[in-house]
Design a protein. Structure first.
Length: 613
């Protein structure tokens, strides 16, 4: 969602803020602004705020790339409207009374209305429709010269999720920050200190970062970073080093981040799988569970949002087949509200690329409250889910900038394959020979993904034919149904074409009434036991006027007797097929959006990390 950047140091702040905000454009936004500490003509400290509606280039032009806003300490923000329409007035940063406090905010303050009414009764003038300005005035009310005390009082007063970057006029050269349930990191280098919503914003300047724990307050100067708890006591925090090359967060010659990340999938899958293979065996040291503990698992509860939810759907099929453990899958946004029954020896698995997804984090906390062991599968080291889970399985996808996930999805699939093999082995259902065979095939997947990528021109030609479609449907059975869900989501996310995925066996229970002449139906079929059934479903839709695109494995050439177009992927073990069929589905979505002239990396109304409910 919204993006925050802050810098204090020995360089001009505004150009750094604008550069960092540009690296956060993928998060989605409709306005942008910066606030810089400086001095007036009499040498008195002031906070200069510049804001603009629209893309960041408008703010760049207004400030002459930051040169019109001098000062070595500042904060910046890209806003995605929640409270109040997109406008300069509602854009961040927001001043408090007399302009002695300025702040930026990610998240939602749930009790802002009651605070607003109280502040208005006390004579505060609130100009915008945002919850953020309310926080600025409340902080001003509490500020009596000690920033840590004022922020601590604010934390006790507000409810909701937030990450705040704060400047105090009488504290030039200092930035303050605090977070609850919304991501925020600090970084340090010889040039100064940084805050940011996400690492790509500051990778150009530093890779030494600390993920701020919930409800901790940070004070940053050019040379020092201090952490405080809500009792205003100083505490120690550890920094970690991000190993991503800063160029990994750049396009590298590709037209879009999404295409670059599609092509990075072979490497990302290798990086996730290879460290967990030793002498032909799966070894997941970070799992922290003995074979005896795994054998005692009576049920697995998986929960996630969006594409990660589709990974859970795939995992359900594979874990149940491989390890014979019952698996339930819930959307994280529904999980904690349905009063779930979590029996003894239930393992809860939470999957999230960012490790900060609000609903997934809430589901984790609900599971922990009910006494369950929680395993997090995340891509961001030190993220909230990584810190709060009992154990964490990191996917090594590197930075994913495009809003529509591709390589993070593929590494999550690889992670659940490894878990399924490890669980099956621990429960005595996979012997050494079968494990070695599965591992060998798993290690071949990256090469097979590369072979699918070689078909991009054919997929682009198909996409161009259907770029003007009004509706496109995806059908599949079993694992292919889970892949169809992801293919449909990718298409609707970036092309804005109405698309749905259905379990093919449900066609006659209402869905087939939507089929009409010329509509495209994508049939995904890689499961041999279900192949003939899926072909029959393709015949059904074609007889009602649909155009049919089949996606299947090499060798299933009989599909050409039914479909109008065919995309083949290399043969693999059928339990791993999702990793291959998703590639043409991603490319198809990408090229449809490209043909429509859309901004593939920044689809409307969407953000990369959904950190509010």
């Amino acid at each position: 969602m919204c993006g925050i950047v802050g810098f204090t140091g020995r360089r001009q702040a505004a150009p750094i803020l604008l550069d960092g905000l540009e690296k956060l454009e993928y998060r989605g936004y409709d306005s942008a602004g910066i606030a810089v500490s400086s001095a007036d003509k009499d040498g008195q400290p002031v906070i200069e705020v510049v804001k603009a509606k629209g893309r960041l280039k408008v703010l760049r032009e207004m400030t002459d790339e930051g040169r019109f806003v001098p000062g070595v300490c500042g904060i910046g923000h890209t806003r995605w409207a929640t409270h109040g329409e997109p406008s300069v007035l509602n854009a961040h940063p927001h001043y408090a009374k007399d302009k002695r406090v300025a702040l930026v905010h990610n998240g939602i303050i749930e009790n802002y209305q009651s605070i607003r009414e109280r502040l208005l009764s006390e004579g505060y003038e609130i100009e915008s429709a945002t919850d953020t300005e309310v926080a600025a005035h409340l902080l001003d009310k509490y500020y009596k010269g000690d920033p840590i005390e004022a922020i601590s009082r604010l934390v006790f007063r507000v409810r909701g999720s937030y990450a705040l970057g704060i400047l105090f006029r009488d504290r030039p050269g200092e930035i303050y920050a605090v977070r609850k349930d919304s991501p925020l990191i600090v970084g340090r280098s010889e040039e100064g200190s940084f805050i940011a919503s996400d690492a790509p914003a500051i990778l150009r300047y530093t890779r030494d970062v600390c993920f701020i724990p919930d409800l901790e307050i940070v004070r940053l100067t050019a040379d020092e970073i201090h952490f405080y708890n809500v009792d205003q006591e100083e505490v120690e925090e550890t920094f970690s080093r991000i190993e991503w090359d800063s160029k990994a967060a750049e396009k590298g010659g590709f037209a879009h981040f999404m295409l670059k990340e599609i092509y990075e999938q072979p490497k990302a899958v290798r990086d996730t799988v290879n460290p967990r293979i030793q002498d032909g065996r799966v070894v997941i040291g970070e799992l922290g569970m003995s074979d005896e503990e795994i054998a005692r698992i009576s049920r697995i509860q998986m929960t996630a949002c969006g594409s990660a939810y589709h990974v859970c759907m795939t995992a359900k099929y594979m874990i149940e087949q491989t390890a014979r453990i019952p698996v339930d899958v819930d959307l994280a946004s529904e999980f904690r509200y349905r009063d779930p029954v979590l029996a003894d020896h239930t393992l809860v698995i939470v999957i999230s690329q960012s490790g900060e997804t609000a609903d997934s984090l809430a589901a984790l906390r609900e599971a922990k409250k009910r006494g369950c062991r929680v395993l997090g599968i995340v891509n961001v080291v030190g993220s909230s889910i990584a810190r709060e889970a009992d154990s964490v399985f990191y996917t090594w996808a590197g930075p994913e900038i495009a809003v529509a996930t591709t390589k993070a999805y593929s590494t999550q699939l690889a992670a659940v394959y490894l878990l399924a093999i490890a669980f099956g082995k621990a429960r005595g259902l996979i012997d050494r020979t079968k494990e070695e065979e599965m591992v060998e095939e798993l290690l071949r997947l990256p090469d097979k993904i590369e072979r699918v990528l070689e078909e991009k021109e054919k997929i682009q030609r198909l996409a161009n034919q259907f770029s003007n479609s009004r509706d496109i449907f995806f059908i599949g059975r079993g694992l292919d149904y889970a892949s169809s869900l992801e293919g449909s989501l990718k298409l609707k996310e970036i092309s804005y074409i109405h698309s749905e995925a259905y379990a093919a066996g449900e066609l006659k229970h209402g869905t087939i009434s939507l089929i009409e002449d010329g509509i495209l139906v994508v049939g995904v079929s890689t499961q041999s036991e279900l192949f003939e059934k899926l072909v029959s479903n393709m015949v059904e839709v074609k007889s009602r006027g649909a155009r049919v695109l089949g996606v299947t494995s090499y060798g299933n050439y009989g599909i050409e007797n039914v479909d109008d177009y065919t995309i083949y992927v290399p043969k693999t073990w059928e339990c791993f097929s999702a990793s291959l069929v998703v590639i043409p589905l991603q490319l198809f979505a990408y090229y449809v959006a490209l043909a429509k002239g859309l901004d593939v990396d920044k689809p409307r109304n969407l953000a990369k990390s959904v950190t509010v409910e």
